[in-house]
Design a protein. Structure first.
Length: 282
């Protein structure tokens, strides 16, 4: 309860989404681009969605029995209510045709709850008067931005290295470095997960989400940075339509983050469909 009111929620729609996934596995692919377990209001629904995601990640079948066993493995079966509760979720679902629309409702309710939470924190801080008001304002702005950034997902930072670069040569990704196979072989061009400290990972993720917002990017995008010797990140380019072919950097980064290529493509399609539906007011 917040200020004596029930937080925004859509419990029946949460149940319908989970039921749709249990009867039609493809429904998960449709909404995985906008929902995570934390977006659900009820804890038991979070447990069920997380169990489904665990099965999907291992490319295993998703149905009442497999989710039942995964919940047992996760130690959350009793909290969910067992097989009876899972079966109830499927009873009222005839088709998964509306699952994308339902998913948007769940996500919007989650955002409303987050706005209420952050507003309460800002209000409490404002009353305390124990810190500089401008620092307080900056922190409040950051909290609000973090709400908007929740639906922006980042993958593992990917770096380009030249293992055989001649001494004295500039460590710059020139046209030849990018597109000349013979020259790539000569200088030992490799791409791999970037070797960053946990703090650098956190800084880069936060920076990337803010840039994504400030540049009004949509869908998927790739941000190219240069990391200086003193640990500063400088944005070189924001690419709103990067190469997404299999075994290219974008796909490799997603795979390294646990998203196989087929699921990456489905996610991009889902994001596009959701953008179209939102713009049409569907």
């Amino acid at each position: 309860m917040v200020f004596g009111k029930i937080p925004p929620q859509a419990i029946e729609i949460e149940r319908a989404v989970l039921g749709a996934i249990l009867i039609e596995r493809d429904a998960f692919d449709v909404i995985s681009g906008i929902l995570t377990a934390e977006k659900f209001y009820l804890l038991k629904h979070q447990h069920v969605f997380r169990a489904i995601a665990d099965l999907q990640a291992r490319n295993l079948p998703v149905d009442v029995m497999t989710v039942y066993h995964q919940l047992a493995k996760n130690g959350t079966l009793e909290e969910v209510g067992g097989a009876y509760e899972l079966t109830k979720m499927t009873d009222s679902v005839v088709s998964s045709a509306n699952v994308l629309r339902w998913g948007r409702v769940i996500f919007e309710k989650h955002l409303q709850r987050e706005m209420i939470r952050v507003a309460g924190e800002i209000l409490q801080t404002a009353y305390e008067e124990t810190e500089d008001v401008f620092e307080m304002l900056e922190r409040a702005e950051q909290k609000v931005l973090e709400i908007g950034n929740q639906n922006i997902q980042t993958y593992a930072p990917w770096e380009l290295v030249m293992e055989k670069l001649p001494e004295g040569s500039e460590n710059i990704a020139t046209l030849k470095v990018k597109w000349d196979p013979a020259y790539q072989e000569k200088v030992g061009v490799k791409t791999r997960a970037a070797e960053l400290t946990p703090e650098q990972h956190k800084t880069l993720e936060r920076l990337s989400k803010r840039i994504y917002r400030y540049l009004f990017l949509s869908g998927y995008a790739r941000l190219d940075y240069r990391l200086t010797d003193d640990g500063q990140f400088y944005l070189l380019e924001a690419n709103p339509n990067p190469q997404i072919a299999e075994n290219e950097d974008f796909a490799d980064s997603a795979a390294h983050s646990g998203l196989p290529y087929d699921q990456l493509l489905q996610k991009i399609i889902t994001v596009g469909l959701n953008y179209h539906a939102a713009s049409q007011g569907d």
